[in-house]
Design a protein around this ligand. Structure first.
Ligand SMILES: [Zn+2]
Ligand SMILES: [Zn+2]
Length: 341
């Protein structure tokens, strides 16, 4: 494995105060090429405010879910609230898997400016952070997967049971409380040039609010009661955020630990059936690390990949183009023969 931490090209890139918008770190991260490594030992410590908001974003939805489930089960949970929760889950999950991840981070396909804005907004509603920061962190994850500078590897946390437990916690949610690595913006030069995407990223709290208001208003209007509005907020808002968070973060933790490894990928990524289904195709994570720019993560016919089915549907009706897929030869070259391993 290439560990070119003293790469002269990289030092040159790191030394740039304002690197070119499409400089190599972003490009290499999009493609998953790991031969250019970056140095970011000096992190920027997040302020107390940022930490507090992060903590609230993680804890409040969880508390909302428990409280709602205990108090309202059989009384305040109906088909209406279930539908609102599922619909909002699908919309915000698609915003992350198709938008934030496959479209913006890996440029796995192209689409119109309007649809880009829609996906950026839907992704923001998942409350996983502003677009540009999410993409920067994720490109960094691909560049350094399961190595020193991976922002959320479940590995590298020591031996034994304690190492696994702390590693899992770190990969699932603990990493959010780490310092932001310096120069994260170097990874998103391509996106920050786009005025609309930049605006949506900067106004992230607004879209979070919109994502909470939609189920609240629908719940109120359909039931024509204030209780209906409140239950819409609880199930379509908080409970849904809880579910999206824990499913998508499980990709970082669970899918670097549990599942099968079908392709060479220089890291510990795994294909996991449960999260393949739950996370709309994102659980075929070893496939994804092996072929990061592929719009399709479930590469076998039985590997359910809802996000790809949507992208393929969009392509059929002319809403998506340049949909990238690995060729048979590339797949054969990286395949791990189960008999040999
Ligand atoms: Zn990964
Ligand atoms: Zn990725």
């Amino acid at each position: 494995m290439s560990t070119s931490h003293n790469n002269p090209i990289l030092s040159a890139v790191s030394a740039l105060v304002e690197p070119k918008a499409d400089s190599s770190p972003a490009d290499n991260a999009v493609t998953g090429h790991d031969h250019v490594r970056t140095h970011a030992h000096e992190g920027v410590k997040p302020t107390f405010m940022v930490q507090a908001v992060n903590l609230l974003a993680v804890v409040v939805p969880f508390i909302g879910f428990i409280v709602a489930a205990v108090l309202l089960w059989g009384i305040g949970f109906s088909w209406l609230h279930l539908s609102l929760m599922v619909a909002m889950y699908l919309l915000s999950a698609v915003g992350i898997t198709i938008g934030y991840h496959r479209l913006f981070t890996h440029r796995a396909f192209e689409t119109s400016r309007t649809l880009k804005a829609v996906f950026a907004i839907l992704g923001s509603m998942a409350v996983e952070g502003p677009l540009l920061k999410w993409v920067a962190m994720h490109r960094r994850h691909h560049q350094h997967s399961d190595e020193e500078h991976d922002p959320h590897s479940p590995h590298l946390h020591g031996e034994g049971l304690w190492g696994v437990v702390t590693g899992l916690f770190h990969a699932h949610v603990g990493w959010i409380f780490d310092r932001d690595p310096a120069n994260l913006e170097r990874y998103v030069g391509d996106l920050s040039k786009d005025k609309v995407l930049n605006y949506i990223s900067r106004t992230f709290p607004l879209w979070v609010l919109v994502g909470l208001l939609i189920p609240t208003i629908l719940g109120g209007l359909i039931s024509m009661t204030w209780t209906g509005a409140l239950l819409g907020l609880v199930w379509g808002g908080f409970a849904r955020i809880f579910l999206v968070h824990h499913v998508t973060w499980s990709i970082n933790s669970v899918c670097h630990l549990w599942g099968s490894k079908d392709f060479e990928s220089h890291d510990e990524s795994r294909n996991n059936f449960i999260f393949g289904v739950l996370a709309m195709g994102e659980g075929w994570h070893n496939n994804h690390h092996a072929f990061p720019t592929s719009a399709r993560h479930g590469l076998k016919w039985w590997q359910f990949d809802a996000s790809y089915y949507i992208i393929a549907g969009m392509e059929r009706v002319g809403l998506a183009s340049k949909v990238r897929l690995p060729s048979e030869q590339t797949m054969a070259a990286k395949a791990i023969k189960s008999a040999a391993s």
